[in-house]
Write a protein that binds this ligand. Structure first.
Ligand code: 5BU
Length: 257
């Protein structure tokens, strides 16, 4: 938290931009819009746009994807002032991730303000993505998976510590980390990362618990108190009867903590 105090210390342009949006719109809510039809995604992005600082997508689950989709989402991001995060979870050698980031059907680097990557391949993955990012006309940021939310994740302890160490070498590109939704792990990450990095936490629901496949949920209040800057909410919002009303509940719960 302390968004205002931390902004001036950031070397990362994307972290600055994100915190400016959070302060201006009074929301640290990110919508994880894991719907599979583009019309539904665009509709949710338009309705919930005023309530979110970030829209997180999995572009490869969209069944009716067309090359127009990114420009439509971009237009909504300008209309409502939110950033776009493609949850691609890159995990390969530098040369391959460069191709995956820039080429293929999706041309992710052209439209995603933020992408994420596993640290398991070592620093080459950051260097590959960074090379593409630095050639874009707008700033780009990277979120590293220092932790993950599911039960049994291997991204804990030494892995988390080494991921943060790796990130420190690329302050112009690494915006921050995915933090666990398990409060004790998240507190550990915040202690290691200090105030220099943004921590985003998925696995957030108004009612804590889990799903049938190991996802672990904590409440917005709990993850923000444990050091998270952005709460990422998926099914808790888009599966609710009234996503607009529910998003407002999450916005208040996340921002007023
Ligand atoms: P949910 O419906 O709120 O459980 O969705 C969570 C989203 O966050 C979903 O898109 C996941 O792919 C994503 N996620 C996650 O749940 N846990 C992680 O550690 C990471 C991403 Br990284």
């Amino acid at each position: 938290m302390d968004y205002r105090g931390r902004i001036s210390k950031f070397q990362n342009p994307l972290s600055k931009k994100l915190f400016e949006i959070i302060l201006e719109k009074e929301t640290n809510l990110a919508l994880s819009c894991d719907e599979t039809k583009s019309e539904r995604i665009l509709e949710l992005a338009d309705t919930l746009g005023p309530k979110i600082c970030l829209l997180k997508l999995h572009v490869d689950i969209i069944e009716d994807y067309t090359p127009d989709f990114p420009s439509q989402i971009k237009e909504l991001s300008r209309k409502h002032n939110f950033l776009i995060f493609e949850d691609r979870k890159f995990a390969d050698i530098g040369n391959t991730v460069m191709l995956q980031y820039q080429k293929g059907i999706y041309h992710i680097a052209d439209w995603a303000d933020i992408v994420n990557a596993h640290t398991v391949p070592g620093p080459g993955i950051i260097e590959g993505l960074r090379e593409i990012a630095m050639n874009q006309s707008e700033p780009r940021g990277l979120i590293l998976l220092a932790q993950m939310t599911p039960e049994g994740t291997l991204a804990t302890g030494e892995y988390t510590r080494k991921s943060v160490e790796m990130a420190r070498k690329y302050p112009d590109f690494v915006t921050g980390f995915i933090g666990s939704s398990k409060v004790s792990e998240l507190e550990e990450l915040r202690a290691i990362a200090g105030d220099d990095f943004v921590i985003m936490t998925p696995g957030v629901k108004l009612a804590a618990g889990g799903d049938a496949m190991g996802q672990r949920y904590s409440t917005p209040q709990d993850v923000v108190q444990a050091g998270s800057d952005v709460i990422i909410v998926g099914r808790g919002i888009y599966e609710s009867d009234n996503p607009e009303k529910t998003a407002e509940e999450y916005r208040l719960a996340g921002y007023q903590t």
